[in-house]
Design a protein around this ligand. Structure first.
Ligand SMILES: Nc1nc2c([nH]c(=O)n2[C@H]2C[C@H](O)[C@@H](COP(=O)(O)OP(=O)(O)OP(=O)(O)O)O2)c(=O)[nH]1
Length: 126
């Protein structure tokens, strides 16, 4: 099982979702920025590092939501979500096809990676 972190990043009242590119696994699906935990790395250090690598921004992690274990046809992940605040930096997409800043009730309209669906549901009640 692959441990993966992701961040629900607040920009004021909005939250950031990013779209995977055509060449990534799960092409064009929407997700929260993040990625695989490296050996010896904490989950919080991982999410901050991945967000900076993918988006060129710094975040402050506020809260951990409920992890989701999801089995895709060819791999299985433990997806660990964090709510975070944007702190600094100009947002630049380094790997993703697109991004959107959504109000909470707009999140349900995106075509999410399957593992994210329970996270979106929990966040709607947050
Ligand atoms: N970062 C992130 N990954 C997610 C989310 N939901 C979800 O199913 N995933 C999956 C997609 C990837 O297979 C894996 C995350 O690893 P990654 O971001 O390093 O994946 P990648 O495709 O860039 O790299 P790779 O598997 O090709 O090595 O978890 C999410 O919300 N955020």
């Amino acid at each position: 099982m692959i441990p993966v972190t992701c961040a629900l990043i607040h920009f004021g009242t909005k939250v950031l979702a990013v779209q995977r590119s055509e060449t990534m696994k799960l092409p064009l699906k929407w997700e929260f920025a993040g990625g695989k935990i490296e050996a010896g790395e904490s989950d919080i250090d991982c999410v901050k590092r991945e967000v900076f690598e993918e988006l060129n921004i710094h975040i402050e992690v506020k809260q951990r939501l409920t992890p989701v274990i999801h089995t895709y046809p060819d791999f299985k992940i433990n997806l660990i979500p964090f709510v975070a605040d944007y702190v600094s930096g100009d947002l630049k997409l380094k790997e993703h096809a697109d991004y959107v800043l959504c109000e909470k009730d707009e999140l349900r309209n995106l075509d999410w990676a399957e593992a994210d669906i329970p996270i979106v549901a929990e966040y709607m009640k947050y």
